[in-house]
Write a protein of this length. Structure first.
Length: 392
């Protein structure tokens, strides 16, 4: 598989996350093709009496650009998961620093998430001080996402007192608003050390400060910094052993190890390859493991921009999900989050031409395809979901 730095999750998927957030902020509404309800799927018999230790869930990434598409996605999640992840990029820096009400655009975004949370469902909240390229400070999310940084934030290092104050306030406000069961306070953070190592120590100082202060007020809330497995295992990273040790040391201070994993970035296509990569997570610490986001395409990825052609199929996607859930059982994961519940072809169709190839990388990673046909991986998923959840 031909790789390019722009494909990595820090600089690929967030481009169209930002685009989608703009659509929501604009309040676009309308219909969309009806989703086959989960109740009409054939029942999945429970062949194993063994209980599962982990929750199963998705992020709220929607299948299309309309509010009905958003609602449909949440309905699907309510029927096929017992945990939900609200994954929010960008920070309302000005409002957090000065204790002001959030701007209307940002407030609408989080209201949409909180308002659609299925009753009784566990929640993971994932936010981050990192930008979408995972190489600097997060962008400003005010009336819309990716606005210019405010003057009292722009140009400041991660460990600047203003950044520490603003990000801590943001974390406290978001925890109070969403009341999550698990709190990820940094997304794919190991990529910063790879991309801009000169900023790493300042980021660590910020993280230690925020984590310490949060624990004083929220001692029982499990917290983590997520890391990307495909980068931790990337042999092209300079001084890989040293890099891995520094990341392992960093995440050891937190309550669980949150892992982001997209195996197609490593050129993995077979069950044994998926299983080997997943087993390697244990080498990075002894804390409980959670898959904070993951996905694998069920159709070939063809991106002419980079002469990229990644073969895949529904059967290959199912092999990944089987390997993932088997390892989750063996290592007693806390939760497993699939990033896209449904293919998002309808959303992809309205992407600007310059980001369409980026969108192709994740467009077909859903467990239901664009024609609303369940893929084999969904049956594998639902078979695991049907098993009784082990009491912690």
């Amino acid at each position: 598989m031909k790789k390019n730095a722009r494909f990595e999750p820090g600089s690929g998927r967030p481009v169209f996350i930002r685009f989608f957030a703009v659509l929501i902020a604009l309040g676009l509404q309308g219909g969309g093709s009806p989703l086959q309800p989960a109740e009409s799927y054939p029942a999945v018999p429970v062949k194993e009496a063994v209980e599962r230790p982990f929750y199963l869930g998705f992020t709220s990434w929607a299948s299309g650009p309309t509010l009905e598409d958003v609602a449909r996605t949440y309905r699907f999640i309510s029927q096929n998961a017992d945990i939900l992840t609200e994954h929010i990029e960008g920070v309302p820096w000005f409002e957090a620093l000065h204790d002001r009400p959030f701007a209307k655009g940002f407030q609408q975004n989080i209201e949409l998430g909180r308002g659609n949370r299925p009753a009784g469902m566990k929640l993971v909240l994932a936010i981050s001080p990192l930008n979408m390229g995972r190489n600097s400070l997060a962008g400003y999310f005010g009336e819309k996402e990716n606005m210019p940084l405010p003057d009292d934030i722009s140009g400041k290092a991660f460990n600047d007192p203003a950044i520490k104050k603003a990000y801590l306030n943001y974390c406290l406000r978001m925890a109070d608003y969403f009341k999550p069961d698990y709190f990820i306070i940094g997304i794919e953070t190991n990529e910063l050390l790879k991309n801009t190592p000169e900023q790493w120590e300042g980021f660590v100082e910020l993280s230690q400060h925020v984590h310490s202060e949060l624990k004083k007020k929220l001692p029982d809330l499990p917290m983590a910094q997520s890391v990307t497995l495909h980068v931790l295992l990337d042999k092209k990273v300079p001084n890989l052993d040293r890099y891995q040790k520094r990341i392992a040391e960093f995440i050891s201070a937190y309550d669980f190890n949150a892992v982001s994993f997209y195996p197609f970035f490593m050129g993995l296509h077979q069950y044994d390859e998926f299983a080997k990569a997943l087993k390697s997570i244990r080498q990075f610490g002894t804390k409980p493991i959670a898959i904070s986001e993951c996905g694998h395409p069920a159709e070939p990825i063809v991106a002419k921009t980079w002469n990229l052609n990644i073969p895949s199929s529904p059967e290959e996607q199912d092999q990944f999900v089987q390997a993932l859930l088997k390892q989750a059982q063996e290592d007693k994961y806390l939760f497993v989050t699939q990033y896209a519940a449904l293919d998002f072809d309808e959303l992809w169709k309205i992407f600007p031409d310059e980001v369409k190839d980026l969108g192709r990388l994740w467009r077909d990673t859903g467990l239901v395809d664009e024609s609303n046909t369940p893929r084999p991986a969904l049956e594998t998923w639902r078979r695991a979901l049907a098993r009784k959840k082990m009491t912690p």
